[in-house]
Design a protein around this ligand. Structure first.
Ligand code: KG4
Ligand code: ZN
Length: 335
């Protein structure tokens, strides 16, 4: 029988806990923080307070619904970074307390590595080597994965993350936070070629979303001078055009990465992989390029503890444990 691990995720605005037994995820309890909607983005101080309020209930529910007893737990895992310091500290301190109380080892997990390993929670699973495009509100990277814990960032954003680009574009149009899903929704009825925006061309496999954000900002500001209701009257076309541009920027680099590395096992992870325009375009590209495509269930795309548990499982098999004085890392490379 493989290990039983209790994992905790608290890097941003989701408090989550999951139990994994022998590499099989038993549950994935997630408490989302609605409070940030009032502020147009995640407020770090409020996030850590909410984690503090939610964590006991979330961990308790994960343990109880898994049917395991405390003494069956072989290790406690937590997200060490990257993430918001105050948020990470809540999960880490709780994990340390539990490890100490139950006399079990601690396993630190890199949040980005975990997003990649979310592909091993359910079938079908990618074969090594594969490329993973990780796109969320906090990160945008192309990762070359050669083994469960062997991965390398081969392309990344120099400024905003892809989700941030969606959210900021939505904010410019006066839509509430997080605007990504709303752009997706309005885009369905719009013309993706209605409006064009200029963008910063980046070398190699790197991304930049600041140019297109500025272009959208100026375009809308100027259009509103002629017609104050421009956004309302053209919302579907604006959303479809913005989405079309952002999706193209992501897929262009993914295609280049596959070409450069010769890898055709392609995976995506992170909240933005829920975008329906991206999914459609990616499936079409995969068909054309003969790629094998892997998209995890939405529950495992956004921040969750099941992916932390999955990563911890592989670390446990390699006996990679952490000491009780481990500190969180706001920035944490995956190598
Ligand atoms: O992975 P995630 O839940 O949290 C982190 O940021 O780590 O990703 C959230 C991001 C937000 O920026 C949100 O607007 C974006 O993912 N997002 C979407 C969609 N669903 C979520 N963006 C575009 N289209 C969507 N359907
Ligand atoms: Zn994430």
């Amino acid at each position: 029988m493989g290990p039983v691990i209790l994992a905790i995720e608290s890097s941003c605005d989701e408090t989550s806990a999951s139990v994994i037994r022998n590499g099989k995820v038993l549950n994935n309890i997630i408490a989302s923080q609605a409070i940030h909607q009032n502020y147009g983005g995640v407020v770090p101080e409020l996030a850590s307070r909410a984690h503090q309020q939610n964590i006991v209930r979330v961990v308790d529910e994960a343990v109880k619904s898994s049917g395991i007893t405390n003494n069956q737990i072989d290790a406690i895992a937590f997200t060490r970074g990257p993430g918001l310091m105050g948020s990470l500290l809540v999960g880490l301190s709780f994990a340390k307390g539990l490890a100490l109380a139950l006399n079990k080892p601690l396993i630190e997990v890199n949040h980005i590595q975990a997003h990649v390993l979310s592909h091993f929670i359910q079938d079908p699973k990618p074969a090594f080597p594969f490329l993973c495009l990780t796109i969320s509100g906090g990160h945008t990277q192309i990762i070359r994965v050669t083994d469960y814990l062997e991965m390398e960032v081969i392309g990344e954003t120099h400024d905003d993350a892809a989700g941030e680009a969606f959210d900021k574009a939505a904010k410019i149009m006066g839509l509430p936070y997080p605007g990504g899903p709303l752009i997706d929704q309005y885009a369905r009825k719009g013309n993706p070629k209605a409006f064009a925006f200029s963008k910063t061309i980046m070398p190699g496999l790197d991304f930049s979303f600041s140019g297109i954000k500025t272009s959208i900002l100026y375009f809308i500001r100027d259009a509103k001078k002629g017609n104050p209701n421009f956004v309302e009257e053209n919302l579907a076309d604006l959303c479809a055009s913005i989405q079309h541009n952002l999706v193209n920027m992501l897929l262009e680099k993914l295609e280049a990465a596959s070409y450069q590395t010769g890898i055709t096992e392609i995976a995506i992870a992170g909240g933005v992989s829920a975008n329906s325009g991206l999914r459609t375009a990616l499936k079409e590209l995969a068909r054309k390029k003969n790629w094998k495509l892997y998209i995890p269930a939405f529950e495992f795309c956004t921040d969750n503890a099941a992916m932390i548990a999955m990563a911890a499982h592989y670390k446990y098999l390699r006996s990679e444990f952490s000491s009780l004085d481990v500190a969180p890392l706001a920035r944490m490379p995956i190598e």
